[in-house]
Design a protein. Structure first.
Lengths: 163, 299
């Protein structure tokens, strides 16, 4: 017997979607495979690495620990939604680029979404606070120094150029 | 790694939820924040036939602070509990412990009550519930019952929750006046499970000098959180000469940690001894401050 599906409405980066998925479809897989938002990366699939972090109604969550059906009617922001209005790099993405805050880039979407939400709450973090803010995201390339610098640089950009 | 197939239920009210759970019996599993359950499903360590999603029971997303209890509803995320100012003013240990639960991203989704019901012996909130003489409110089609924390945690990932029951709230008891508290834990990395951790509460006498009682609840050193009354070691002593080393020794003799890949049992017992002393002094300093701040009347 075919697995039952559920209609799920999601607004992703401002664009409304309706998708019919099995209840066990993880939000991460729904975004990537059903809706094509491949900016969301799937690393560990059990909540440890943070690569799949998206914003759910503005708050960072692990999209690998959430069923799409549970997120029905929610607003989701992915890496793609962190771009600037003209389609270029958004402020957090620019900071990561300027500060060399990525190497292979696999973990970067999780950092960008997490940092985007964090700087709304704390627009002027210390280096120590920046380190704490990214504590739930793993990067195996950089050693984190440049990521901490990127968080501080992103905060600076956002203060200088409020959107 | 994809979860096994299950039938999905999304009740709109508590009444509907307990009805569904009653029908499903042992085949039904409640999904709240899912931050412990979904990893287990992704790794296929469990395969419940039915999931009952309570994320639409918005009435349960509350933190209510009263004179005797801080009540946390089943849909209050850790973040909500952590940020609640009334709860912090009344029971600061709740925020201090919650800040050690995983990472902020996990706390945005995971729930306080879910963590308690999951009954992981490495989790913070079961220990806070135990230390505060708290209770869990369980609803079912047959009626409700309230289980004291001391009877709730039965083993690793095993609680007194029965098939067909929904944990609707946890109640943390407000500590007596002149009570200071501390939460301490040691983990390999920030946000990881603790190798050992504890919540400790110290209550001073009306003179603001003498230790009336001291208790602590330990995590990651046994099959359930372990409550130890330290009053035998430090009770009746002046706060500036309290024998916290004896309290640490007493606690170390009461826990039965296991070796695992992260730490040996001996090291965990060592942590119990050392962290008890540190937490005892920190909690005492807070109790002194509170006693001096005019909480002098006996409660």
């Amino acid at each position: 017997m075919a697995e039952a599906t559920h209609d799920v409405r999601l607004t992703v980066n401002g664009v409304p979607h309706t998708v019919s998925v099995p209840a066990r479809r993880l939000l991460a897989d729904c975004l990537r495979h059903d809706l094509g938002y491949t900016g969301t990366h799937v690393g560990c699939e059990h909540g440890v690495c943070g690569a799949c972090t998206v914003l759910l109604d503005g708050e960072p969550v692990r999209s690998c620990l959430l069923f799409a059906v549970t997120a029905d009617s929610a607003e989701v922001t992915t890496m793609e939604g962190c771009r600037a209005g003209d389609g270029g790099l958004g402020p957090v993405q620019r900071a990561f680029s300027e500060c060399h805050g990525l190497q292979c880039g696999f973990c970067t979407p999780g950092f960008v979404t997490t940092v985007t939400a964090y700087l709304r709450e704390n627009p002027d973090p210390t280096a120590e606070e920046a380190r704490e803010a990214i504590g739930g995201n793993l990067c195996r390339c950089t050693g984190y120094q440049n990521i901490v610098a990127s968080v501080l640089r992103a905060a600076q950009i956002l203060r200088e150029e409020p959107s | 790694m994809k979860p096994p197939a299950f039938t999905y239920h999304r009740p709109a009210t508590v009444a509907e939820a307990v009805e569904v759970l009653a029908d499903l019996g042992a085949d039904g599993k409640v999904l709240a924040g899912g931050q412990s359950l979904v990893p287990v499903l992704n790794m296929r360590l469990a395969a419940p036939k039915h999931l009952v999603d309570i994320n639409r029971l918005g009435d349960l997303a509350y933190v209510a602070t009263g004179a005797e209890m801080v009540r946390v509803g089943a849909l209050a995320r850790h973040t909500q509990t952590e940020r609640d100012e009334d709860a912090f003013a009344t029971l600061p240990l709740l925020r201090r412990a919650t800040r050690n639960v995983a990472h902020p991203t996990i706390r945005n989704r995971g729930t306080t009550v879910g963590s308690i019901v999951h009954a992981d012996p490495a989790a913070e909130l079961p220990a806070v519930l135990l230390l505060s003489d708290g209770e869990v409110e369980l609803a079912s089609a047959a009626g409700s019952r309230t289980v004291p924390a001391a009877e709730f945690f039965l083993g690793p990932l095993e609680s007194a929750l029965r098939a067909g029951e929904l944990a609707v709230a946890a109640g943390f008891r407000v500590p007596p006046p002149r009570t200071g508290s501390a939460w301490l834990e040691v983990s390999r990395r920030a946000g990881d499970y603790a190798l050992c951790g504890l919540g400790l509460a110290v209550t001073l006498d009306t003179d603001g000098r003498t230790l009336r009682s001291a208790r602590a609840a330990y995590i990651s050193v046994g099959p359930t959180p372990v409550l130890v009354d330290l009053t035998d070691a430090v009770g009746g002593q002046p706060h500036d000469r309290a024998d916290w080393a004896a309290a640490g020794g007493l606690a170390a003799s009461r826990v039965e940690p296991d070796d695992d890949i992260h730490a040996t049992a001996d090291y965990r017992r060592h942590l119990v001894r050392v962290l008890t002393q540190r937490a005892g002094r920190t909690a005492t300093a807070e109790a002194i401050r509170l006693a001096g701040a005019g909480e002098g009347s006996d409660g």
